[in-house]
Design a protein around this ligand. Structure first.
Ligand SMILES: Cc1cc2nc3c(=O)[nH]c(=O)nc-3n(C[C@H](O)[C@H](O)[C@H](O)COP(=O)(O)OP(=O)(O)OC[C@H]3O[C@@H](n4cnc5c(N)ncnc54)[C@H](O)[C@@H]3O)c2cc1C
Length: 494
């Protein structure tokens, strides 16, 4: 029974697990000589943990525990970005809220370094660590849609594809990001942008309630009515305050066939296009998401691509987009009826698990002559990154900057600069190209999206702006020892 708990995930993953691959034999006796496990505390100190205590925790889980040497360990410790290769001392793959609470208590009592993994899509690898405990929520991915109430209860380890799939089956939607294998956890806690954020707000604007396991292992409900300070903080403040085991979202009636598509232009039209876009943007209704991207096409070289998603009446969409369709000289592409779900999965394969990725990003409040010059003028060199706009404004901007912990309500565009490659020998050169381009743009940016950029403590503090002191108060209350520190960290002051 005990051994089954250790290994069942490995079996589920189709791996052949030899008896000796697990740490505990069928009789519960130890296979390994050492009676302790080496680990790291949150402060970075080495610590020895009694193996018997780890075994006891493993035996009490509905989910499973994985330690180095267990065959599944190398599968479950992985995160999306192949640049990140860390080795936690233990991976607790939780199967229930109680499992999360037990894991948090275990780590808290020993001051262990803790990483919480939702979908594992943090670019800088915030959901794993060397030597600490990884709390892996991937087995907790249920979605329960209440069609009459238009709500979705979503387990903390679900992916955006689980949420989209369950909601769209009932012609309902809430704002989800553009890659379906991203986790709802990190996505929502940092804000949550997607093709419908101008229409329905960010993911946090649709969050009605959450269940949070705080640093003591206590399970709290957070909403406007219960623990409202915690509810405020988790809407933009990231994983600083606990492990969210359930999100409850508001859903909206939705026609799953949107009006949209991709339009391609030669890169020499990019500057004119961005000038046009700056003005066109001011005319757009909330239903419209228009997102220019600079992409590198093997045969055509650098190309401007414009992705359109009009989530409303198609005839109205056609009228709204007429000036865009009339712009410049298109290389290819047209607008028409498109399945929203198809759009929401269209780049899944391109951004697959295990690739090598590097990203920098920043916000633009408006597009100026200088920022357009910087975007277009610096897009040159041997290796060009992939850049894209995330179109904000609309409903996402009609929320007060202090209504939630996410303060950037005046931002109109999130701008991402990324590269993806397969050969580790190219990493330095690829990273340098992204950084070079980012450096040219940074002076024009106003803050950044904590879900994408990783930055210094000082910049992170400044990025939360006037909301930071309130975040510190909530941190002091729910996580005074900074157990949850692998995130856009709010430093406790108690
Ligand atoms: C391919 C790709 C596409 C993306 N597209 C979008 C997009 O369209 N819109 C957008 O807004 N963002 C997007 N992002 C950014 C995304 O929001 C962040 O990477 C986010 O952190 C991913 O969440 P995750 O749960 O998968 O990440 P993880 O790596 O698991 O976690 C990220 C952070 O959140 C914490 N965390 C995760 N789950 C929980 C939980 N349940 N409780 C407490 N803490 C938790 C982790 O501890 C960590 O600090 C994208 C990222 C990638 C890699």
């Amino acid at each position: 029974m005990h051994r089954r708990k250790f290994c069942k995930t490995a079996l589920a993953a189709g791996l052949t697990v030899a008896l000796t691959g697990c740490d505990i034999s069928p009789s519960g006796t130890k296979n390994q000589a050492s009676s302790t496990i080496n680990a790291i505390t949150g402060a970075g100190n080495e610590v020895s943990i009694e193996r018997a205590a780890v075994t006891e925790l493993a035996e009490s889980l509905q989910g499973s525990m994985h330690l180095p040497g267990d065959e599944a360990y190398d599968v479950v410790r992985k995160v999306w970005n192949g640049m990140i290769d860390k080795h936690p001392a233990m991976v607790v793959q939780c199967g229930s809220v109680n499992d999360v609470s037990l894991a948090v208590q275990f780590a808290g009592q020993r001051n262990l370094l803790v990483a919480v993994k939702g979908g594992g899509h943090s670019f800088p690898g915030k959901s794993t660590c060397d030597g600490g405990m990884m709390i892996d929520l991937s087995q907790m991915h249920g979605v329960d849609v209440d069609v009459d109430a238009k709500t979705a209860r979503v387990a903390g380890g679900a992916l955006l594809g689980h949420l989209d799939g369950a909601a769209l089956a009932h012609n309902l939607v809430t704002t989800a990001g553009i890659v379906s294998h991203t986790g709802v956890g990190g996505f929502t806690l940092g804000g949550g942008m997607g093709r419908t954020d101008r229409l329905h707000g960010l993911a946090i604007d649709n969050l009605l309630a959450a269940t949070v396991v705080t640093a003591t292992g206590e399970v709290l409900r957070a909403s406007d009515a219960e623990n409202a300070d915690l509810f405020w903080a988790i809407r933009g403040g990231g994983g600083n305050f606990g492990v969210v085991t359930e999100f409850v979202y508001r859903l909206h009636p939705f026609n799953p066939s949107v009006y949209g598509g991709n339009l391609f232009y030669s890169f020499d039209q990019a500057r004119d296009f961005l000038h046009f876009y700056a003005e066109f943007n001011e005319t757009l209704p909330d239903e419209a998401s228009v997102e220019p991207q600079f992409v590198f096409d093997d045969s055509r070289g650098p190309v401007l691509m414009v992705e359109v998603c009009y989530a409303g009446d198609h005839a109205a969409g056609e009228q709204v987009m007429a000036p865009l369709v009339a712009f410049g000289k298109r290389l290819s592409g047209e607008l028409g009826a498109v399945s929203y779900q198809q759009m929401q999965t269209s780049v899944d394969a391109m951004l697959a698990h295990g690739g090598l990725y590097y990203l920098k990003s920043g916000f633009f409040i408006e597009l100026t002559e200088a920022s357009i010059d910087a975007m277009v003028g610096n897009f040159e060199g041997d290796h060009l990154p992939f850049t894209w706009f995330q179109h904000l404004g609309g409903a996402s901007a009609r929320v007060a900057p202090d209504a939630t912990a996410y303060p950037h309500r005046n931002v109109r565009f999130n701008y991402g600069i990324m590269d993806a490659w397969g050969d580790p020998a190219e990493s330095d050169m690829r990273i340098a190209a992204v950084r070079r381009y980012y450096k040219a743009l940074e002076p024009h940016m106003k803050g950044f999206y904590t879900n994408l950029n990783d930055d210094t403590e000082k910049k992170t503090r400044g990025n939360f702006g006037e909301n930071y002191p309130r975040l510190v108060e909530v941190k002091n209350r729910y996580d005074p020892t900074n157990l949850f520190r692998l995130n856009a960290n709010v430093q406790p002051t108690v």
